[in-house]
Design a protein around this ligand. Structure first.
Ligand code: NDP
Ligand code: ZN
Length: 351
């Protein structure tokens, strides 16, 4: 089979590999559509998770099941399925402890395009099919379905990590597709004011639609200063970080109220340390929590988030700004995600 792979850091291309083998609890799937993630960019061009050789990229897509193992109960060949980017081993101790995303070791629930071949391939392998796949509802199209792999669950996990409650003022740093879903998630959880940080006009427009009430540009000086100015020096209740870099945490701590919580889902692709400002962190006693996490993955979450879209409560159509048809366009889509032109939110390739 053909797959589009990271050959080494900074180099990618099509390669030929054997079709993966299906274990007793697994499924082999054929993509119906795939989306490119900023994480693919970090992995391939920044080497953020280390070097990988001939590893097929991609972890966002929806698919048709072509084969299942003999212990799989709920899926059969021909089923159209949602596929989470994170596919934990649900019988691991980490999953039993509530940290499915770290099943088998830190971040090890993230298998596609991390330490096994991903979904940019004619066929891909899904471990623990009953625990990880979900049936694709009939009224969700394959392009929107790709947003359910990673953008929705990750953006929403940022909101969970920040513990957004009714009436909270929330700062969302970064309004790419992940941050946009954090805006949408914060809005659904009852946030009052939602201040969004980002500049691409297409993202700003989408953020308004998802519930952002105010905007800050990181290009107009420090974010914290602008947020403090907008909030009479008080700052915000909660912060979701879905953009920026290691330096963003200091800014966030500076404009977070005591007792506030930061939820980070940004993938820090470079930098060695994160500085926490001593004084603004209440000299160690400010009750300002910093949580960072990979989204949990798995079937239940896919079913629930899919149900939100299916019921018309979450419109994903603004996210997919560039939709292509056919494998020939995959590389173009990947390079678009790297270059982030002003009119791009998310590129999708359907088949
Ligand atoms: P994008 O690059 O599309 O969006 C990044 C956003 O951050 C943009 O709004 C951008 O603004 C803004 N930004 C850029 N520089 C700064 C800065 N210095 N300070 C503040 N904001 C800034 O990314 P995605 O939405 O696709 O992904 C966001 C992050 O989430 C990525 O790092 C990605 O790898 C990670 N991720 C994490 C996952 C997880 O499970 N934890 C899963 C998937 C993704 P502008 O409008 O100017 O471009
Ligand atoms: Zn992703």
């Amino acid at each position: 089979m053909k797959g589009y792979a990271m050959l080494k850091i900074g180099e990618s291309g099509w390669i030929e590999k054997d079709r993966p083998k299906c274990g007793p609890m697994d499924a082999i799937c054929r993509p119906l559509a795939v989306a490119i993630c900023t994480s693919d960019v970090h992995t391939l061009w920044e080497g953020a998770i280390g070097d990988r050789h001939n590893m097929i990229l991609g972890h966002e897509g929806c698919a048709e099941v072509v084969e299942v193992g003999e212990l799989v109960r709920d899926f059969k060949p021909g089923d159209r399925v949602l596929v989470p980017a994170i596919t934990p081993d649900w019988n691991s101790l980490e999953a039993q402890a509530g940290y499915s995303m770290h099943s088998g070791g830190m971040l090890a629930g993230w298998k596609f395009s991390n330490f096994k071949d991903g979904v940019f391939s004619e066929y891909f392998h899904v471990n623990d099919a009953d625990g990880n796949l979900a049936l694709l509802p009939d009224n969700i199209n394959v392009v929107d379905a790709c947003m359910l792999s990673d953008m929705v669950p990750t953006g929403f996990h940022g909101v969970e990590l920040a513990d957004v409650q009714f009436g909270d003022s929330v700062l969302v740093v970064g309004i790419g597709p992940v941050g946009l879903m954090s805006v949408a998630g914060a809005n659904m959880r009852g946030a009052s004011r939602i201040i969004a940080v980002g500049t691409r006009p297409v993202c700003v427009e989408a953020a308004k639609g998802y519930g952002a009430t105010d905007f800050v540009s990181y290009k107009n000086g420090p974010i914290y200063q602008q947020v403090l100015d907008m909030t009479n020096g008080k700052g915000v209740d909660k912060i979701v970080i879905a953009g920026g870099g290691v330096e963003t945490f200091a800014e966030a701590v500076k404009c977070l109220k005591p007792g506030g919580k930061i939820g980070n889902v940004n993938y820090l692709g470079s930098g060695d340390n994160i500085d926490i400002p001593r004084v603004e962190w209440g000299v160690g006693m400010g009750h300002k929590q910093i949580n960072g996490g990979l989204m949990p993955g798995g079937r239940l979450r896919m079913e629930k988030l899919g149900a939100l879209v299916s019921a018309g409560k979450l419109d994903l159509s603004p996210l997919s700004t560039h939709v292509f048809e056919g494998w020939d366009h995959l590389e173009e889509a990947l390079f678009l995600m790297r270059d982030k032109p002003a009119d791009l939110i998310k590129p999708v390739v359907k088949f």
